[in-house]
Design a protein around this ligand. Structure first.
Ligand SMILES: NC(=O)c1ccc[n+]([C@@H]2O[C@H](COP(=O)([O-])OP(=O)(O)OC[C@H]3O[C@@H](n4cnc5c(N)ncnc54)[C@H](OP(=O)(O)O)[C@@H]3O)[C@@H](O)[C@H]2O)c1
Length: 258
């Protein structure tokens, strides 16, 4: 069936994606920092779906993290056919006052580790003429993000990188999909220090629905997946607005979350 490696699988969208792989009969390799949560997810997947679930406890913000993850898979003979780069986080606040070391860590996790893991795992996929890569980007990928400027920029990178790689790999049997969800009901907002007004929380997407859309899109080899009709329309409409207007709209929305 093929093994799936999922980063950020201890919670949220990553945990739901791991569940979908397990339900489809795939063995999984789960990566994140929280050992107890990862083992709990692995145990539950093994019990409920009868698959093998392996755990790699790794902070992807550490130097050489991607190499460590890759070498652990090599050493254990886990051949990765599905790579899901989902681990990531954001930080709300004016750039003049946010913490640089948190933002540097964010760039490492959201951009560097994602790129390095893709670089390390894609050659085998191309050699075997089969593989699927899912990069978790965001609605933020399509616009500038005042008060979350670094996070939005990392997600713009993820989308651009994924679209380019999907084109480069055409005809190889390997596909790259960027999943671009809008606000989704997970711990993301707490980690990002966002105080969402109630109407934003009410309209947040269901995490299972987001994971299912990403999983389906990846399996079909789609380039970009935006869950929810309203969000697809929003991204479409943004194409016709000056970027400076879009930045103002996002700024207005983010101010309400401070
Ligand atoms: N929720 C949203 O509104 C939303 C919208 C668009 C895009 N996204 C994207 O979706 C992805 C998943 O986020 P989520 O909403 O599921 O958030 P979440 O519930 O906070 O989960 C984030 C996952 O990433 C892992 N992670 C964070 N930092 C890590 C690090 N340094 N090393 C290894 N793993 C790390 C966390 O595990 P540990 O803490 O155990 O390490 C956790 O499993 C992120 O890339 C996020 O940017 C989220």
């Amino acid at each position: 069936m093929g093994i799936a490696l999922i980063t950020g699988a201890s919670e949220g969208i990553g945990k739901e994606l791991a569940t979908l792989f397990a339900a489809a009969g795939h063995d999984v390799v789960l990566v994140a920092r929280d050992q107890a949560k990862l083992h709990a997810v692995a145990q539950s997947l093994k019990k409920n779906h009868g698959i093998q679930a392996h755990v790699i406890v790794q902070d992807l913000g550490q130097p050489h993290a991607a190499e460590t993850v890759y070498r652990t898979c090599q050493t254990n003979g886990w051949t990765i056919d599905y790579l899901v780069n989902n681990a990531g986080f954001g930080l709300l606040g004016p750039f003049t006052t946010t913490n640089l070391s948190v933002e540097a860590d964010m760039i490492t996790v959201n951009v560097t580790a994602l790129t390095q893991l893709t670089k390390l795992f894609v050659p085998h996929m191309v050699a075997s003429r089969s593989g699927r890569i899912l990069q978790v980007a965001s609605l933020a990928s399509f616009m500038p993000g005042p008060l979350m400027s670094v996070y939005y920029a990392t997600k713009a990178y993820v989308l651009s990188f994924s679209e380019a790689l999907q084109q480069e790999l055409r005809g190889t049997g390997v596909t790259v999909t960027a999943l671009c969800p809008g606000p989704t009901n997970t711990k993301f907002k707490h980690r990002a220090k966002m105080n969402n007004p109630p109407h934003v929380d009410k309209s947040a997407l269901d995490v299972r629905r987001v994971a299912q859309a990403g999983f389906n899109g990846m399996m079909k080899g789609q380039t970009v997946v935006i869950p929810g009709l309203a969000y697809r329309f929003f991204v479409f409409a943004c194409r016709f607005l000056p970027r400076s207007w879009v930045a103002r709209i996002v700024h207005f929305n983010q101010k309400q979350r401070l």
